[in-house]
Structures are given as C-alpha cells and as structure tokens.
Design a binder for this molecule. Structure first.
Ligand code: G1P
Ligand code: ZN
Length: 543
C-alpha cells in the first residue's frame, strides 16, 4: 500500500458553519472536495501522526465512501488508530461518547444532521475535539484558513476496509477498529437513568412510540427502548437507517414528523411519543394530545432532572442558546441555579460543561443534552423524560400543566423564511440593526419595546468573544422577538424569527399558541419589515 500525494488547489466556500461543513452531496462528491476539507482539518489540528480518532456518520448517501476516503487519508497521515462504528454508523452523541470514553484525539462525524440526504440533497463533515464536542470557532477558522492555501493532500492507495463486522484490521500502519455503534452508548444511558423504574412503567401498560425517521437512532432506540426497557416490538418505527431517510427530512418537528404528531392528537395516541433527527442529536417529545416545545422540554427537564440517578446530586447550572425561550431561566431563578445564555450552536456549551458550570443545556431547535457527552442527545432526552414519567407517575400533560402553574408559560414559535436572496436578507437585518437604538419605548401591535440589541457573547471560561449573534427585541411583560440568519443552510439565506410570549395568568395557560402569540407575530413583521423587504407574506416553516 503506497502513500500518494495528490496535487490540489484551494476550493472556495469550505468554511464550516454552525455545525461543520455542509454542502450538497454532489459538491462533496466533486473532485478533491472531501479530500481537501479533510486534509485542511488534519493540518489544522497539527496533523494526525500517532493519533487516535473516532469516525462514523448518520448513514446518509455517500456516508460509506466518505468514511473509506477518510480512513485512507488518516492512514496516509500516520494516524495510529481509527475507531469506526460498524457500517460507518455512529450517532453524533454516541461518537461524542466514544471520543471521550476512549480518550482519543477527536473524531470526524459524517452528517448534515436534519437536512435530507441523497445524491441531490445534503452531506456534511464535522470535526469534534478530544472533549467530544464540536470544534470551537478558533479551530474551525483554522480549518477554513487551511482550505484556502492547500496545494496537496496525502492518501493511501488501498482497497476499502471491511466495516461490516466488529473487529480490528490494519490499513497501512494504522489500526482500524470497528465497534458496535450502540453498546457503549447504551451502557452510558443505563448508568444515568433508572432503567428498572422505566421497565416497570412500560410493563404496567404505559405505551410509547419512537420515530427514528429512517435515520441513525433506529438501532439505538430498538436496542434500548425495546431490548433493554421492554417496549413491545413496533414501538420504534422507521428504525432502519436509509441513505435518503426514506425520502423525508429527518427533522423531528411537527412539520417533518407530522404522522407522529397526528397519531398523538388522535384517538389511538400512546402515552408518550418522540422522534429524533438524522444523526440522533435532536429530539421531539409529545404527550397524548400535546406537543412539548423544545424550550419547555428543557425547562421541565431542568426542574425534574434530580429524579434520575445520574442527576440526583442536582444540577451545577443550566444553559440555553439565546433564541431559546426563557422558560428555563425561570426554573433556574426559582432553584438558585446558574443560567447561561449562549450563541446558537452546541459548540458554545462545551466550555460551560467542561468547566462544571452547567449540567443541562438546550436549544429551541429540538436540542437538549447534558454533561454526559459534549453534544446534544436525542435519545438521552427521551430517556430522561421517561425516567421523570416513571418517577412521578404523572402524564406528560400533567407534568407540563403543573410546570406552567409553578413557573408561568413561555408560549413559543419559530418562523423560518427559506432560500431568501442572501443580499436581501442581510440588507433587511442591516436596516433593523441601524434602527435598534430607537426602538425602546416604541409600541408595536400594542406591545412596548423594553430593550433592543444585537447579541454578542463573551465566553466566561476562555474569554473568547462572539459578535453578531442575532438581533433581539424584548418587550415589557416578558415577550421577545429574535431575528437571525441560519448558519447551516445550503441554499441562499434562511431568516429565522423566534417569537416568545410570557403568561403567568392561571386562566391563560391553556391558549392555542397561535392565539397567545398573535400580537408578537404581527409586531415581528412591523419591526423588521419582512414582507416589504422579502416579498414573503408567510414563513415557509413554522415550528
Ligand atoms: C440550526 C439550529 C441550531 C443548531 C444547529 C445545528 O442552526 O438553529 O440551534 O445548533 O442547527 O443542529 P442554524 O441553521 O440556525 O444556524
Ligand atoms: Zn442533528
């Protein structure tokens, strides 16, 4: 097996976004595209000679070929060992756990998360650090810089490695260790949660449905929910990972997981339902007749985590991304917990978790997690919910209503305007940014603006500064609007408008969210001029 050095040239646009580099699959499959990015990543971390890496992905189209290329490049770079999930599969949280458990030098995760997969859809690559978390901005900036000055990359001339069975082989001088993608992760979960209590709950007739959306969590959910916890066969649906996720968006929200939502709103609803995304880090939770917003889920989990053995000692603190509703802040205030507000993207939680400042973190985009790994974790959230339901013997609806009565309710929705012309979207936000200082005191749709600013974050652990993280407008009484552009899209610009209304009047805790939020939705258009700037009269996706 010979190492060859292939001449190449920088390829434009290899700048990692909110979560690694995401592009159309056809772009990734283009000449040198993947190889350039991998070489840049290796260079940015000081090379891979003598290092051990973890490798796996969500099983989307091109997953396996990409894994083989990365193995050959790691071998050419002199890596000592790569630990790969069987069939090149690893959920993002399972990869994060393996990186940590095996004390490796980091890992590569092949995924575009909740974006659809297939030859005409999306692919992605993300580097995670030795702590198991996504590379911080300083590292992704280095990776990007390397992509702009590459002249060649190294790769081994070799056949594909058989990844279909656990075991150890070699590729050049490098050990390739193929592992069961589920085993270590399942053991971690069994250590955090009261599996006996959940098993007893299910044995007592509690019913659940988990929709793996044809993505990576199928094998995990089957092994844990059906295998270890005794949920009947068929409780986990769409459980076989498909390269195109069955043609759908593997995004666990009421739009893309509509059949599950319909089931839960209908007469045959089980007691509990959940779904997760392409790479298994997102989650959606539903009770009978009830959708739990991710922001509420974070708040409920924060208020009740101590019921699970892994969190019985209490939480060190909580953190949420800035656009996530402030429901968890109210729990933190009531329980005397530290509460952090970070920019969008899981990477900003890493330092807080590493430093022991926060135990639980969450994002409005269906991400919740804790310090057990350094990624958000869909199945973990489901298991914590199940543990809470098993301990309290309450239904999801009872838990939520009790929560709102105690802390008030943060009604919440997000409106996405997709595939906007990037210049138009930026001009709209530039215009609004310039008007922010004049907004306090003004009234829109009957609401008075209390403050308006552009969010920036100073990391309390490493002192790094992240500017321009979204425009936020707070109203008297606790309502809020946030505007920001997506950092994960692959076509044009996506404007996200995050809308929140706070209610603590006991008679108004059960409104339809669209009713509770109507004034704030109207104010959002009036303030930013969305319609006037973009010509769009309604969002493409509402979650
Ligand atoms: C989106 C979500 C964000 C999440 C990220 C990766 O990023 O909004 O919360 O961390 O995907 O899953 P965005 O496209 O908004 O930049
Ligand atoms: Zn994901």
């Amino acid at each position: 097996m010979e190492k060859i050095t292939v001449p190449t040239r920088p390829i434009e646009g290899q700048k990692p976004g909110t979560s690694g580099l995401r592009k159309k699959t056809s772009v990734f499959m283009g000449p040198h595209y993947l190889e350039n990015f991998i070489q840049a990543t290796f260079s940015a971390i000081g090379g891979v000679a003598g290092k051990t890496l973890v490798l796996g992905g969500d099983g989307r189209y091109f997953n396996n070929q990409a894994a083989q290329v990365i193995l050959r490049m790691a071998a050419a770079g002199g890596a000592a060992r790569v630990i790969v999930g069987q069939d090149a599969l690893l959920s993002t949280p399972a990869a994060s756990h393996l990186i940590r458990k095996r004390a490796t030098d980091g890992g590569l995760i092949l995924s575009a998360s909740h974006n659809p997969g297939g030859p005409d859809e999306d692919f992605g690559v993300k580097f995670n650090m030795p702590n198991g978390g996504p590379a911080p901005e300083e590292v992704t900036a280095r990776i990007y810089a390397e992509t702009t000055r590459l002249t060649c990359y190294d790769i081994l001339e070799a056949q594909d490695v058989d990844l279909s069975q656990p075991g150890t082989t070699t590729l050049g001088g490098m050990v390739v260790e193929v592992v069961d993608p589920v085993a270590d992760y399942a053991a971690l979960m069994a250590g955090l949660f009261d599996f006996d209590a959940i098993r007893a709950l299910i044995a007592g007739g509690f019913t659940l449905r988990f929709d793996a959306m044809h993505a990576v969590t199928g094998p995990y959910a089957r092994a844990i929910l059906q295998g270890m916890l005794g949920a009947p066969e068929g409780s986990v649906i769409n459980a076989v990972p498909q390269p195109d996720f069955g043609g759908g968006h593997p995004d666990p929200n009421p739009i893309w997981a509509k059949p599950l939502v319909d089931l839960m709103m209908g007469p045959d609803a089980p007691d509990f339902a959940a779904a997760s995304d392409g790479d298994g880090d997102r989650n959606m939770v539903l009770g009978r007749g009830l959708y739990v917003t991710p922001s509420d889920s974070l708040a409920v989990l924060a208020a009740n985590a101590h019921l699970a053995p892994g969190y019985a000692a209490g939480l060190k603190g909580v953190a949420r991304s800035m656009p996530t509703s402030r429901a968890v802040d109210r729990v933190a205030a009531a329980r005397g917990l530290r509460c952090y507000e970070t920019p969008t993207g899981w990477k900003f939680f890493g330092n807080l978790l590493d430093a022991g400042r926060a135990t639980l973190c969450g994002e409005e985009s269906a991400g919740t997690g804790s310090d057990h790994v350094r990624e958000k974790d869909g199945l973990w959230a489901v298991l914590l919910w199940l543990n809470i339901l098993a301990s309290t013997k309450l239904s999801v609806a009872q838990i939520l209503h009790a929560h709102w009565r105690e802390f008030g309710r943060n009604y919440y929705t997000r409106h996405d305007y997709e595939a906007l012309d990037a210049a138009t979207a930026e001009a709209m936000l530039d215009d609004l940014r310039a008007r922010l200082p004049n907004l306090p005191g003004r009234v829109f749709a009957g609401r008075t603006v209390a403050s308006a600013d552009e969010f920036a974050y100073d990391d309390p652990v490493d002192g790094s500064h992240s500017a321009a993280q979204g425009l936020r407008i707070a109203f008297e009484g606790g309502a809020r609007i946030v505007y920001r552009l997506s950092g994960t899209g692959t076509v044009g610009a996506t404007l996200r408008v995050y809308l929140e209304e706070f209610v603590d009047d006991p008679d108004r805790l059960d409104l339809a969210p669209e009713t509770a939020l109507a004034a704030i939705i109207a104010a959002a258009d009036q303030i930013a001029g969305i319609r006037a700037h973009t010509g769009r009269s309604a969002p493409d996706v509402t979650t």
